[in-house]
Design a protein around this ligand. Structure first.
Ligand code: ASP
Length: 352
């Protein structure tokens, strides 16, 4: 690790996204472009006086095309370069940024350095771009040390406009506001205004001295089922019989409630008996599943549906991919879904 009188060494991993896009002059459609174009538009970077290296996806992608293979590429890039850098900044499209941030938080076990993900709503070449400010602030956060000279942030986080938030607590909340991401169930790790004010009590601290361990065998056999009034038994049964499916994130109402009638409970019960793990996550952007509050929530708990507490949908689905990907049995998956692995759930909700 560098000490106070050496320049911070940061690796930028450019995956694509609006931040580095340019407009096709004929069609006016945005498409990802080279890192050199991106960096040429941020001359102020030199004023930071950091040692910055970069690597890029070839080709850079719109994050709607994000895949498990891309997550693995990011995680392996961090692993391969872990000892050579003080921190990592990932430039990423906003559309699936919260999924990537959640996935990497599980994939990078024992992480003890900053992995800061950012992007922008307007391309870096645009006059009013938010990309320049986001990139520079992300670099500053990645380089920041505490009073003991240690990395201030030692987890995967998203930096966007005024907020630094835990990656696995983040959700994209706006398609056009510069403040596009929010952490609804956990305090910000830092507020960005005139200063970057860190909330040291909220930052994750990895107390083990074990080396970084990358888990990139994510299992794609998981899915969301989103409840809505009018859903039919046939639809539900069809979804639950998806070939190969091992885990379902069931997006329920309010505090984790769902219909209590047989058209719903019977297919759910049958799926659990067939060995599918079902996790109850609320459709609300804020708050937690509390299965003992209403009879309609209790029915699910009695059927063997696991409470997701206050986990985000993005963290829920990627956590399932990670747990099944590690070759765990259903019982182990159920156990770890209820445990906090890297700050993704608030475990004081013990009443579930
Ligand atoms: N479609 C773009 C992407 O996710 C949107 C963005 O970056 O803001 O790559």
């Amino acid at each position: 690790m560098t000490n106070d009188n050496t320049r911070p060494r940061i690796l930028i991993i450019y995956t694509g996204g609006t931040i580095g896009m340019i407009e096709n002059p004929e069609t006016k459609v945005l498409k990802p472009f080279d890192f050199s174009h991106l960096i040429d538009n941020v001359p102020k970077i030199k004023m930071l006086n950091y040692d910055i290296d970069n690597m890029q996806f070839d080709p850079p992608i719109d994050s709607s095309n994000m895949s498990l293979n891309h997550w693995s590429q990011m995680a392996r890039a961090i692993e391969d370069n872990y000892d050579n850098y003080d921190g990592f900044v990932i430039l990423h499209g906003t559309d699936t940024m919260a999924y990537t941030a959640s996935a990497l938080s599980f994939m990078l076990e024992n992480l003890n350095k900053p992995v800061i993900i950012t992007g922008s709503q307007l391309p870096i070449g645009e006059v009013r771009t938010d990309g320049e400010e986001n990139l520079i602030t992300a670099l500053q956060v990645a380089a920041k040390r505490n009073s003991r000279g240690e990395a201030m942030v030692r987890e995967v986080a998203i930096l966007f406009e005024n907020h630094l938030i835990r990656g696995n607590r983040s959700s994209k909340i706006s398609a056009d506001n510069f403040n596009a991401f929010m952490s609804n169930n956990y305090p910000d790790l830092a507020r960005v205004g005139l200063d970057i004010t860190f909330n040291e009590d909220a930052l994750l601290r990895n107390t083990s001295n074990r080396p970084l361990m990358v888990h990139d065998a994510m299992d794609p056999n998981v899915m969301f089922i989103v409840l809505h009034p009018g859903m039919t038994r046939a639809t539900l049964e069809h979804l639950l019989s998806t070939p190969g499916i091992k885990g379902v994130v069931l997006k329920t109402y309010g505090a984790g409630n769902s219909p209590s009638e047989p058209w719903f409970t019977e297919p759910i019960q049958a799926a659990i008996e067939r060995g599918i793990v079902i996790l109850n996550v609320t459709q609300c952007v804020n708050g937690a599943v509390n299965s003992s509050l209403y009879d309609t929530g209790n029915t699910l708990a009695k059927a063997g549906v696991i409470s997701g507490h206050d986990i985000t949908s993005e963290a829920a689905i990627t956590k399932m991919m990670y747990l099944f990907g590690n070759g765990m049995s259903n019982r182990q998956v159920e156990k770890y879904l209820q445990r906090d692995i890297c700050g993704e759930i608030t475990t004081r909700h013990t009443h579930d």
